[in-house]
Design a binder for this molecule. Structure first.
Ligand SMILES: CC(C)(COP(=O)(O)OP(=O)(O)OC[C@H]1O[C@@H](n2cnc3c(N)ncnc32)[C@H](O)[C@@H]1O)[C@@H](O)C(=O)NCCC(=O)NCCS
Ligand SMILES: Nc1ncnc2c1ncn2[C@@H]1O[C@H](COP(=O)(O)OP(=O)(O)OP(=O)(O)O)[C@@H](O)[C@H]1O
Length: 210
């Protein structure tokens, strides 16, 4: 099993990239989705988040109101760092359970050939990088990403808040072994990913036209 972390700042095209690899046969894990699955009513994590960010972040069912949490958690980089410090240790534990072989088990499901993990807060998630065989960064300039986010319905100020809690594109790319430029936002992203698969002989890459 080969594990690739796909990192990228907001609206860089990470989901497009990992969905494409999923179509090609990879197992895809989205950490944004996995984090939300951790917000179980009554859990210690939910209580800790409510204590730090105020009880208004609680949803009527006792889980997390993600809209309210995003309003307070991206107000400053310090706030988002506090959220990361609460969520990421639990998230890394869950991700490890998915990626590492069980210590003791008589029956195991066959491993997928390729697992791609979509990591949206890469600079605060480096503690987990040991779980990856390779880190791929998807990059695009801030103004291009801002336009994309607004086009898909995000408020410009909400984008600015989240972007200010994330690293520069240079800082992000420095965390990766492979950088794919997705400024164009077109099929060149998928050709680059096909080339990446072919170079590593993954997912029947011999069928890829080069
Ligand atoms: C605050 C929450 C509830 C907002 O939910 P919402 O549905 O509005 O956003 P979603 O989770 O889909 O994320 C969308 C994008 O926001 C940005 N973002 C999310 N979390 C963070 C963060 N902690 N710091 C900076 N940017 C972030 C990313 O670019 C992400 O792709 C949610 O993002 C959250 O729980 N974040 C903390 C968990 C986390 O760190 N996830 C990423 C793991 S690598
Ligand atoms: N190569 C591409 N071809 C077509 N559309 C693209 C491409 N790259 C990005 N986009 C579009 O740009 C937007 C942002 O892309 P995407 O959702 O993949 O980014 P993301 O990095 O996963 O964002 P987020 O950080 O919010 O999770 C989407 O509307 C997507 O369809």
């Amino acid at each position: 099993m080969y594990t690739a972390f796909v990192i990228g700042n907001i609206a860089s095209g990470k989901s497009c990239a990992t969905r494409y690899l999923e179509q090609r046969g990879a197992l895809r894990i989205d950490l944004d989705a996995m984090a939300k699955d951790l917000y179980v009513p009554g859990s210690q994590l939910v209580l800790d988040i409510a204590e730090r960010f105020g009880y208004d972040v609680l949803a009527p069912d006792g889980g997390i109101d993600t809209r309210e949490l995003s309003r307070v958690a991206f107000a400053t980089p310090e706030d988002s760092a506090d959220l990361n410090a609460l969520v990421h240790p639990v998230l890394i534990e869950q991700l490890s359970l998915r990626l590492l072989p069980p210590l003791c088990c008589t029956v195991t499901a066959p491993d997928p050939e390729l697992v791609v993990v979509e990591v949206s807060v890469a600079s605060a998630f480096t503690d987990a990088f040991g779980l990856a065989d390779e880190i791929i960064a998807i990059t695009a300039p801030l103004d291009v990403r801002r336009e994309r986010a607004i086009e898909r319905g995000m408020d410009g100020l909400a984008f600015d808040e989240r972007a200010s809690c994330q690293p520069s594109e240079e800082g992000l790319c420095a965390l990766a072994q492979v950088v794919i430029d997705n400024t164009a936002g077109d099929d060149s992203l998928f050709s680059s990913l096909d080339q990446w698969l072919a170079d590593r002989h993954l997912l029947s890459a011999q069928e890829v036209t080069q």
